[in-house]
Design a protein around this ligand. Structure first.
Ligand code: URP
Ligand code: ZN
Ligand code: ZN
Length: 482
């Protein structure tokens, strides 16, 4: 008689710290054993493949409501399909607040929409209006419901927070035991440079990076870290685009602060040059912070090897290129200021990080696992259920053909967006099978999962994001509702 419902047999298991030959035995959707000669009712043959934890994408925008009344084109169904195609089994997406409104109703609406997902999911709660009601009353309720991370923007009209509002959100997070994730760019500096560029008639997509040079990212990162240090609140800096920003994080980490840094595949393989294409095409590559240059990309890998940057998310934020509600929403001749930011990347995240990282010899397979599943799971309170291959963990696995050479095209991405910024890029290493809680949900690119089979991942308190206890003069100002 078989001991396991499913055995993934004969592969090379890769965890955050090890790589070894083993079978993985699954019972009831969870890993029950990792060992040799396991016998299951069903077997998935993994000979010649790497067996890694299913990807955890801790930053992706799916079916997000927009301030202009629209909604992201990517739905929880199409987004899940794309994620599973790319080997990702869990996502952290967003519940957004609009100025003048609370956060409880939007979260209920996102929970309703996400109930169609086929990947497991949770949310970061975006705060754009740090009113008394939100910071004193609603954030505690949202965190108690299992949404244990907040997101703030230091730029973008109408999302950005000023310093006082940022302080109030950081203090609310400290009181309630949540992590704060931060988009760091200086709002006023970008506005000022943008006005000057437009006044000079420089409106093409290629001027998007000119409006937000790396110094505006570095300044906002420094400020966010300083204010978090004053409050003693753990933070993660989102989408670090270049090493000089990572240096701010490294300095904070050297001082013992709980500051973590995330980067994304677009900062490894895209550059400001990509936005300098004929006509409107540069819009396909516009995201914020802007991709820099090859030297910056290489510098990010150094910061990864040093452990300063420890998560690579997709920041999937798709707007189609041809449709009138996508990149062209403000018209075909819109200036860079009015073109929606963001690039799609749910399915391409793991292949690009593996190809640029492991296949090109910059990192080893265990570092890949740490970047793409283990660290995001730990940082956001999903570990040890997610991010590892060990008894008791969910049987979320991606079977990886490390030698497979694939030329990326938009069809392979299986998202709703009508383009990929990586069209024509050759990668080495590709996911050939995705298993979610013991169920084969993708085989050779064919995704088969019922909408609604994803689970909400409620996150309780966990040690990693506890404050250090060091506050200026020993006075914990965050204890006061001010
Ligand atoms: O350009 C980007 N990154 N768009 C998505 C929203 C954000 O800033 O994360
Ligand atoms: Zn952002
Ligand atoms: Zn984002």
């Amino acid at each position: 008689m078989a001991d396991y419902d499913l055995v993934v047999a004969g592969g090379t298991v890769v965890t955050a710290s090890d790589m070894f030959q083993a079978d993985v035995g699954v019972v009831g959707g969870r890993i029950a054993a990792v060992g040799l000669n396991l016998r299951g009712e069903r077997t998935v043959d993994a000979h010649g493949l790497l067996v890694m934890p299913g990807g955890v994408d801790s930053h992706c925008h799916i079916e997000q409501l927009r301030a202009n009344g629209g909604t992201d084109e990517e739905s929880f169904v199409t987004g899940s399909t794309s994620a599973l195609a790319g080997g990702t089994t869990s996502v952290i997406t967003f519940s957004t607040q609009f100025k003048g409104h609370g956060i409880l109703e939007p979260l209920a609406e996102y929970r309703r929409r996400a109930s169609k997902a086929m990947v497991d999911y949770t949310f970061h709660q975006i705060i754009t209006d740090a009113t008394d009601e939100v910071v004193f009353n609603e954030i505690p309720q949202v965190v108690a419901s299992g949404v244990r991370s907040l997101k703030v923007f230091l730029t973008y009209e109408p999302m950005h927070l000023d310093d006082r509002q940022l302080i109030r959100v950081l203090a609310a997070a400290r009181r309630t035991g949540a992590l704060v994730t931060i988009h760091c760019e200086n709002y006023d500096a970008i506005r000022w440079r943008t006005a000057a560029l437009l006044a000079d008639g420089r409106t093409d997509p290629k001027y998007h990076p000119w409006s937000r040079p790396s110094v505006v990212e570095r300044e906002a990162t420094h400020r966010a870290i300083a204010l978090a240090e004053m409050i003693d609140q753990p933070i993660q800096i989102f989408h670090v685009s270049c090493p000089e920003v990572a240096e701010e994080i490294a300095r904070a980490q050297a001082r013992g602060l709980k500051v973590w840094g995330e980067t994304c595949p677009q900062y490894f393989v895209l550059s400001a040059q990509d936005m300098d294409r004929p006509g409107f095409e540069g819009a396909k590559f516009m995201c914020s912070p802007a991709p820099r240059d090859a030297a910056a990309s290489e510098g990010l890998w150094k910061m990864i090897r040093a452990g300063v940057l420890d998560v690579t998310s997709s920041d999937h934020s798709g707007s189609s290129y041809e449709t009138p509600t996508g990149k062209r929403i403000a018209g075909p001749d819109a200036s860079f200021r009015d073109i929606p930011n963001g690039v799609p990347g749910l399915a391409s995240r793991l292949p690009i990080v593996f190809s640029e990282g492991v296949s090109k010899g910059r990192i080893d397979p265990s570092t890949f696992v740490r970047l793409t599943s283990f660290n995001p799971a730990r940082l956001f309170g999903l570990y040890p259920r997610k991010g590892t291959i060990a008894p008791g963990a969910d049987a979320d696995l991606v079977l990886w053909d490390a030698g497979k050479v694939v030329t990326i095209n938009n069809g392979l991405m299986q998202h709703i967006i009508d383009y990929t910024p990586y069209e024509g890029m050759e990668v080495t290493g590709w996911p050939v099978c995705t298993i979610r809680r013991g169920e084969v949900v993708m085989k050779d690119g064919l995704v088969q999962a019922e909408p609604g089979t994803g689970q909400f991942l409620a996150r309780g308190p966990y040690d990693m994001i506890k404050p250090t206890g060091n506050v200026p003069f020993g006075f914990d100002a965050s204890a006061f509702l001010v």
